[in-house]
Design a protein around this ligand. Structure first.
Ligand SMILES: Cc1ncc(COP(=O)(O)O)c(C=O)c1O
Length: 444
């Protein structure tokens, strides 16, 4: 099939039916890895379509066209995507549009690495960075100024899974004139669930993805993407991508393109499992405070349902135990969830954001923003829901403090001398699904 794909094709069709190698005379059915730095020219003065892979590479081109088609299927021809070596490389490229004296306004719940980029690299170079809670309409109304040039937010946010109303931010930005560009970090949703460029009533200017997460989905690539509609902005970003040199390699472009082909089936399945796991945690006797945008009473649920397909909650769940040590013991007791940063892979993972992905936000800033230190983040993969639930169940039991035992008996949970939970055999406990008999105390 030639690009662009007709806007009328089905969503699953779009993920697999695209021109795999538009200019290859051998017509391969999968996109080849053009693993070459240079392309020979016709003559000293004639450049061909490609000359140097930093500036352009056929494998990356196919990927970028497919990213544009997935993000804005109604207008793939006028949409441009740019693939970078990581999500932060993509964000860096977007911030290169700023000059000293310009202002960046960001939502105050955001990935720790984005905060680090803003505070350690942008601010010292003369860009003013301000933060506001974009979920609070009063703060949003006064967030921007005539000097605002870039507006950055995630929705759902990482790690608190708060919902930002994309249309409301765009409307507030437009009130400042056309120079305040709205960038939505849509990593947690992917274009399968949310497309900020194409929202009726005015979409965002730039969509950013850490393609390391759902887009690739297999945990074997770091990559990032920017997708835009405005031709002037596209030219600016094409220049930055080449001038700065952080474009995605041919091999990683191939892997990401392959991952994209299963985007829909992966997310459908992972999201359904995440919902089951979120329900399990929300109804657990330990009374966890569960964050999952797909739950009926999740804050911002109505807004999320208006801007994300089917109001789907995605694959990330958070919960609080009320105690940092308890959270640590719990994630260390899990067997099917390796403790790992990142999310969105086919393998489930668990993390403590304040100790891991968000540790680069200073403790006092985390405290000011009420980022709970005991927060546990789960990313749900392709495993069976029953197995994940059984694993969580045994981990809650293992990690829970012993109840008062008048006989002075020992805790059920064997502990090393250091106090760390000792892992039991790698098989799941037979009492899977049994309620935790010694529940973690409810939140104070
Ligand atoms: C929401 C979000 N945006 C951006 C990034 C940065 O992406 P990368 O790690 O690919 O550089 C991350 C990484 O975790 C993220 O969670």
């Amino acid at each position: 099939m030639a690009h662009p794909q007709p806007p009328t094709i089905g969503e699953y069709t779009r993920t697999v039916a695209f021109a795999a190698a538009p200019n290859d005379p051998l017509h391969p059915s999968a996109t080849p890895i053009y693993q070459t730095a240079t392309f020979a020219q016709e003559s000293a003065l004639e450049f061909g379509r490609y000359d140097y892979s930093r500036s352009g590479n056929p494998t990356r081109d196919v990927l970028e066209r497919q990213l544009a088609a997935l993000e804005n299927p109604g207008a793939p021809e006028t949409t441009r995507a740019f693939a970078f070596a990581s999500g932060l490389a993509a964000l860096t490229a977007a911030t290169r549009t700023l000059l000293p004296g310009d202002e960046l306004v960001a939502c105050d719940d955001l990935y720790g690495g984005s905060y680090r980029l803003f505070s350690r690299l942008l601010e010292p170079r003369g860009v003013t960075v301000r933060y506001a809670d974009f979920t609070d309409p009063a703060q949003l109304a006064r967030a921007f100024s005539p000097r605002t040039r870039l507006i950055h937010f995630e929705t759902p946010t990482n790690p608190l899974l708060r919902i930002v109303d994309i249309r409301a931010v765009v409307a507030a930005a437009r009130a400042q004139g056309p120079r305040a560009r709205v960038l939505v970090d849509s990593t947690a949703m992917s274009p399968w669930l949310q497309r900020p460029l194409e929202l009726d009533g005015g979409g965002a200017d730039i969509v950013l993805h850490s393609a390391t997460k759902l887009l690739n989905g297999h945990g074997d690539v770091t990559a990032g993407a920017l997708i835009v509609r405005d031709p002037g902005l596209a030219e600016e970003l094409a220049f930055i991508q080449n001038a700065e040199g952080a474009a995605l390699s041919p091999f990683d472009s191939f892997l990401l393109l392959r991952g994209l082909k299963t985007l829909g089936v992966r997310i459908d399945r992972q999201q359904a499992t995440a919902r089951t796991v979120a329900d399990f945690l929300a109804s657990h006797p330990a009374a966890f405070e569960v964050g999952y945008p797909g739950l009926a009473h999740a804050p911002g649920r109505d807004i999320h349902a208006r801007q994300a397909r089917g109001g789907g909650g995605g694959v990330v769940i958070t919960f609080r135990t009320g105690d940092i040590e308890l959270s640590r013991r719990l994630v260390e007791s899990l067997r099917l969830f390796p403790i790992a940063v990142s999310f969105g892979s086919i393998n489930s993972t668990a993390s403590l954001p304040c100790r891991m992905s968000h540790a680069s936000i200073p403790a006092e800033v985390r405290a000011r923003r009420q980022l709970p230190e005991d927060l546990v983040r789960l990313s749900i993969g392709l495993e069976d829901a029953d197995d994940l639930i059984a694993d969580l169940d045994q981990a809650v039991t293992s990690a829970s403090p012993p109840m008062f035992d008048p006989s002075g008996g020992q805790s059920r949970t064997p502990r090393a001398k250091t106090g760390a939970v000792v892992r039991r055999s790698p098989s799941l406990l037979p009492q899977a699904h049994a309620p935790a008999h010694r529940p973690i105390p409810a939140q104070p």
